[in-house]
Design a protein around this ligand. Structure first.
Ligand code: F0G
Length: 464
């Protein structure tokens, strides 16, 4: 491993160790906190010796359109590895395991923008990655390290997306993978992916936090490489969407970046990405990074309110946004720093607010999984509080594809998702968004009638 270029620094006590010296659970032997990758060379290099921001920006853009020959590792066409100067974690980039992740689209959201009075509103859709979630950008980085270090087995505990991503990248790397998931609490699309990509999949009779606890004990005893976001190399890959966002705005950083919060690796990684851009002179400032949780899985919201993020009390998590059904998030200290150091916000949203926001994104032609929709639900609250101003530029990070959890979407449109209690006060909004599939006779007249009925109910502009 290229310890000349990187080292690990404990986020709690500041202890520094070489990359290969980390314990199997990636906890500091001194204080138990997590590590962060740092590159000592960056700070030591001064003046002419520093990378030239303009040259780097040009190089990264050029690579994106490079015509690499078939059979090449595909580094330039990866939205992670085209920024490889900012993640020198491998001895040889030839050992990178890539599925051409990243380079995801940034979409304008005209309807939501109009409704909220924030014209510059965008979604960075990380669900458009090879396994349909943001996890791929981190997985390519950490799986490459696993391969370089000679591991035969990799493992993760997961609410579904990490397992899908890990299984795919392990298959590409020729490694075996072990997945621990909470029984009955993950979306079928994700489970099917882990199976398809050949993981050994164990459904444990516990929640995500219980799965991670069990897995931590296993990796302490067996030579298995842990690929949860406690692994600091995951975050090195997951910081690269920050570079892509900056690049899309010609390196003028947007005012707000809004992220869902579960185990809190993603918000931490994006915070690191933006911070490094400022340190290296690639950008002038950081955005406000805000984290949105589900009301029933909101330990960070509570921690910031109760102790300004000094302490975190785990909660028993409940939400239909199963991806973020996490009560004891591992990276909470890092995420708290990302929020506090950027002047961002952390708030929670209800089950009805999540379902409505998801349907609204669907109606924009995008769609996403429920956990991603918390970002739009959270933005509405930030606008109502006057924290986001009409002239601000806002980027919502959509973390997963709508097809990951089709059951949730169908239940919403059929009206069976929310309880009456959950929907109370939101009935009109929900009714205006629901689009159930109707059964009609196999005759043109019957179909045209169905269209007219929909149009009378305000569901089809062309027939108004
Ligand atoms: N959105 C989606 C779609 C997710 O799958 C996750 C996390 C998050 C948001 C939250 O991100 O944990 O970095 O704060 N999913 C993990 C998993 C826990 O196992 O797939 P985070």
């Amino acid at each position: 491993m290229n310890d000349n270029l990187h080292q690990l620094r404990c986020f709690g006590c500041g202890t520094r160790i070489g990359g290969a010296q980390a314990q199997p659970d990636f906890r500091c032997a001194q204080c138990g906190e997590l590590f962060e990758v740092e590159y000592p060379g960056w700070l030591e290099r001064r003046g002419h010796d520093r990378p030239n921001p303009g040259a780097l920006k040009w190089l990264w853009r050029e690579r994106r359109s490079s015509g690499e020959a078939l059979g090449q590792p595909g580094l330039d066409q990866s939205g992670v590895w085209r920024f490889r100067e900012l993640l020198p974690i491998l001895n040889s980039f030839g050992s990178a395991v890539t599925l051409r992740e990243g380079n995801t689209p940034l979409y304008h959201l005209p309807r939501a923008a109009r409704a909220l009075g924030v014209d510059q509103l965008y979604a960075k859709h990380q669900g458009m990655n090879p396994t349909a979630s943001f996890k791929d950008t981190g997985m390519t980085a950490a799986m490459s390290v696993a391969r370089e270090r000679g591991f035969a087995w990799v493992a993760c505990a997961s609410t579904g997306n990490t397992s899908a991503s890990m299984a795919a990248y392990a298959a590409r790397a020729g490694l075996r993978s072990l997945v621990l998931i909470p029984e009955g609490k993950i979306a079928w699309g994700k489970l099917s992916q882990a199976m398809d990509y050949g993981a050994v999949t164990c459904q444990l009779k516990t929640d995500f936090d219980g799965c991670l606890r069990v897995l931590t004990e296993i990796v302490r005893e067996h030579p298995i490489y842990l690929l949860n976001s406690v692994n600091p190399y995951r975050l090195e890959g997951q910081k690269t969407p920050a570079f892509e966002i900056a690049e899309a705005f010609d390196w003028n950083i947007p005012d707000h970046v809004i992220v869902p919060g579960g185990n809190l690796g993603n918000s931490s990684a994006l915070g690191k990405g933006f911070r490094e851009m400022v340190e290296l002179g690639l950008a002038a400032r950081m955005p406000h990074i805000s984290v949105i949780q589900a009301e029933g899985a909101n330990p960070l919201v509570r921690s910031l309110a109760a102790s300004r993020g000094e302490k975190l009390e785990p909660v028993e998590a409940h939400t239909r946004a199963t991806a973020i059904r996490i009560g004891n998030p591992a990276s909470w200290r890092k995420a708290a720093k990302a929020i506090q150091s950027t002047g961002g916000w952390c708030l929670d949203v209800s089950e009805a607010e999540i379902a409505i926001a998801k349907a609204e994104l669907g109606a924009e032609g995008l769609g996403c999984e429920p956990a991603s929709a918390v970002t739009l639900a959270g933005l509405k609250k930030l606008c109502a509080q006057g924290v986001v101003a009409p002239a601000d530029t806002v980027v919502l990070v959509l973390t997963g594809h709508t097809l990951k959890d089709a059951d949730y979407t169908i239940d919403f449109h059929r009206g069976s998702l929310l309880t009456q209690e959950e929907a109370a006060g939101h009935e009109a909004e929900i009714a205006s968004l629901r689009r159930d599939a109707v059964v009609v006779e196999a005759a043109p007249g019957a179909v045209v009638e169905a269209m007219k009925r929909a149009s009378k109910a305000g569901l089809g502009d062309a027939w108004a």
